[in-house]
Design a binder for this molecule. Structure first.
Ligand code: BGC
Length: 696
């Protein structure tokens, strides 16, 4: 009763403001209102929780949240997740999010999202539990592989592209809102985070997914932020998501432990408890009947769901059939994404590309060379019809012309070393697997040691000692520290978990059918000492402003491979940086043009990156921030002028005292180049102060 008195008036106001009042009068809103008005309280509350059970019953593949059949309101049917449809046998397995982040190519990410949305809808589903857009604060996070990287701008661009792709046919569900970057304590950990860091580093990509991508739904995280569980976090859900951002979609909880109360969750804006009613269902019904939860708040939650069902035509047949699931078209997208996201980290003496000419002998070494390795065993796991291993890709690429010796071992004996020594080149396929990293509880959890296992390091060193032309193909979901083996090998190709078509993509890259063009979406440090602390035992942790490249930049450290880095089989020059203006005010979009030339002899793509600096800022800023990028494909000798747009408001910081974004009067240095540590071109941009400004 006390709660009701406290909450009734403000909630009524919030509901009026946040639930589509801006659209009042539109046909959609009228239809939504009409439908909700015809629903009984029981029907409304039933739509606020899943009813499939804690584990999906035998034969069910999709999590169900009831609709109202008599009114033609369809149920929600949900499936994970980030690398393809988990529960659908034969659905396409794409490279993991981290690999796709490494493509720096929102265009292909949009096609990946669209393909997943099509497959889901064809399988009878309508909400894809993806993308994972949590910040990779530290590469020890067990679910590193699911997200797109460590930078908020890159995450935002990829998230928007993916969400828009999915929502051509189904609803997307960016997750986990928010600050979910530790696995082993995820159900209990409380993340203390200051308001500026929260808004600028941990929430901006969600804001982009919701405002620009128009994501229909958001999944709350398990952890707490500043003392309140995310599933009932008033500040995150009520104030920011549904308040400041005006989100008119719905929020669902993460599974089972993601909902922790009836009143707190309902009053603070959690619309759906998943996957079953523990705190919603009967307890929620009683709370409404007792007057502890106002019925208009229930109406608001249901309106949000019905709105999205109608807006995205979930009440209509999709026109898609099962032939799209694992279709050739989707497999081709998976292969292309794997090519685009692979990062060439080292290529001494142009060891790559390999010669597929007659008479060559290649040793393919390592257990992982012929092991399907598509990612962790957690909720993002999939069931592809087949997985092309690196060995299969290589064998099919070379046919009879090249002799391929496969040494399927991680511990080599003297005969193996003789065979390796006799080869023209050695490809060691190694890295991490689901045994090393993954989702907590159902997968391997966090990865505290960033090295490869001693056995795998020895494998690389032994192969390299036997043959100077040793190339390492490295698999894994995040940063791996190189120990002392890196100088021993000639080439290193990071392929992450490259999806079911990964073997073909790897062969395309090794033999130069395709040219590597991925760039690191995360910093590869030399060791843990270059990173902020990672604690997955303590239940109270603090996240500050700096991690990833911002952290190593601030500390003047030299990482093994910097954020944004990646080599190619060709060379590029970039010059002639021109800005459309050198002074700007709030609301301007400044265009930066730069000429990019392919100065080598192979066709290839370069990612031009733009970073901003804040000399003299009154608040603590990053040394430099990624603010724009563009990937351009060029034939040998070809030049193109590329344009990167910078909305000036994107230079604003979050002014906590004013609760608003503010532009400072600063002469920003703008740097352009091909990695965060290779920025040869610079200009300045003077910006006039302005507050508040609106920021995506
Ligand atoms: C994960 C979510 C996932 C859900 C359903 C949870 O444990 O954190 O990402 O979507 O399970 O499988």
């Amino acid at each position: 009763m006390i709660l009701r008195r406290l909450f009734w008036v403000p909630l009524a106001v919030i509901i009026a403001c946040s639930s589509g009042s801006s659209n009042v009068g539109s046909d959609l809103e009228r239809r939504v209102d009409e439908l909700v008005a015809q629903m009984t309280l029981d029907e409304k509350v039933a739509q606020m929780s899943g009813d499939s059970g804690v584990f999906l019953p035998e034969g069910d593949t999709l999590w169900n949240v009831p609709g109202v059949e008599r009114l033609g309101v369809p149920p929600f049917k949900m499936a994970d997740g980030p690398r393809g449809l988990g529960p659908i046998q034969g659905a396409t397995t794409f490279p993991v999010g981290m690999a796709r982040g490494a493509s720096w190519e929102p265009g292909i990410e949009n096609r990946v999202g669209a393909a997943m949305g099509r497959e889901l809808r064809a399988a009878g589903g309508n909400i894809l539990l993806a993308p994972t857009i949590n910040m990779l604060r530290h590469p020890s996070w067990g679910r590193s592989q699911e997200t797109y990287g460590e930078d908020v701008h890159l995450l935002s661009r990829m998230a928007v592209a993916f969400v828009q792709g999915v929502q051509e046919n189904a609803l997307a569900n960016p997750k986990h809102y928010a600050a979910n970057s530790i696995e082993d304590t995820r159900f209990e950990v409380d993340v203390t985070i200051d308001e500026r860091t929260l808004r600028e580093i941990y929430l901006k990509q969600f804001r982009a997914a919701v405002l620009e991508g128009q994501a229909a739904s958001v999944m709350s995280a398990y952890n707490s932020v500043n003392g309140q569980f995310c599933g009932e976090n008033e500040h995150l859900i009520r104030d920011i998501l549904k308040g400041d951002w005006g989100f008119d979609g719905f929020v669902l909880s993460d599974w089972i432990f993601g909902t922790q109360s009836t009143l707190g969750s309902a009053l603070n804006g959690l619309d759906i408890e998943m996957p079953i009613a523990r705190f919603y269902g009967e307890p929620l019904l009683m709370a409404v009947q007792d007057g502890d939860v106002p019925e208009p708040l229930i109406d608001d939650a249901v309106r949000r769901m019905v709105r999205k069902k109608l807006q995205y035509g979930l009440d209509q047949p999709s026109g898609l059939d099962e032939s799209v699931i694992g279709s050739d078209e989707h497999l081709a997208i998976a292969r292309e994404a794997a090519v685009e996201g692979s990062v060439l980290l080292k290529n001494a003496s142009n060891a790559l590309p390999l010669d597929a000419g007659a008479g060559q002998r290649i040793a393919v070494v390592g257990l992982l060379a012929d092991t399907p390795n598509t990612g962790d065993d957690g909720s993002s796991d999939t069931m592809p019809a087949f997985v092309v291993t690196p060995l299969q890709g290589i064998e099919e690429a070379v046919g009879e012309a090249v002799v391929v010796d496969h040494i399927a071992k991680d511990v080599l004996d003297s005969d193996d070393l003789v065979a390796i020594g006799a080869a023209d080149a050695v490809v060691v396929v190694t890295g991490l697997t689901a045994e090393d990293e993954g989702e907590g509880l159902i997968g391997a959890g966090d990865r505290l040691d960033l090295d490869l296992s001693p056995e795998r390091e020895t494998l690389i060193r032994d192969a390299a000692a036997a043959n100077p032309r040793t190339i390492v193909v490295l698999e894994g979901g995040g940063a791996i520290t190189m120990g002392d083996w890196l100088p021993e090998v000639e080439a290193l190709l990071m392929v992450w978990y490259p999806g079911q078509m990964g073997g073909y993509a790897i062969a395309d890259l090794l033999f130069g059918v395709a040219n590597p063009s991925g760039k690191l979406p995360i910093t590869f440090p030399t060791g843990l000492d270059q990173l902020p602390p990672f604690d997955n035992v303590l239940l109270d942790v603090t996240y500050d402003y700096f991690h990833g490249y911002r952290y190593v930049d601030r500390n003047g450290a030299t990482p093994e491979f910097p954020f944004g880095f990646g080599l190619s089989y060709t060379t590029f020059s970039i010059d002639n940086l021109q800005a459309s203006q050198s002074t700007a005010v709030a609301g301007d979009v400044v265009r930066f043009n730069v000429d990019v030339t392919n100065t080598g002899s192979a066709a290839g793509a370069e990612v031009v990156q733009l970073y901003a600096t804040y000399p003299g800022s009154a608040v603590e800023r990053s040394e430099r921030d990624l603010k724009g990028f563009v990937k351009v494909m060029l034939e040998p000798g070809e030049s193109q002028t590329v344009e990167i747009s910078l909305p000036v408001n994107d230079l604003a910081y979050y002014d906590v005292a004013e609760s608003a974004w503010a532009l400072e009067a600063l002469e920003h240095a703008i740097h352009v180049g091909t990695s965060s540590r290779d920025l040869p071109l610079s200009t300045t941009l003077s910006v006039a102060a302005q507050a508040p400004v609106s920021v995506y």
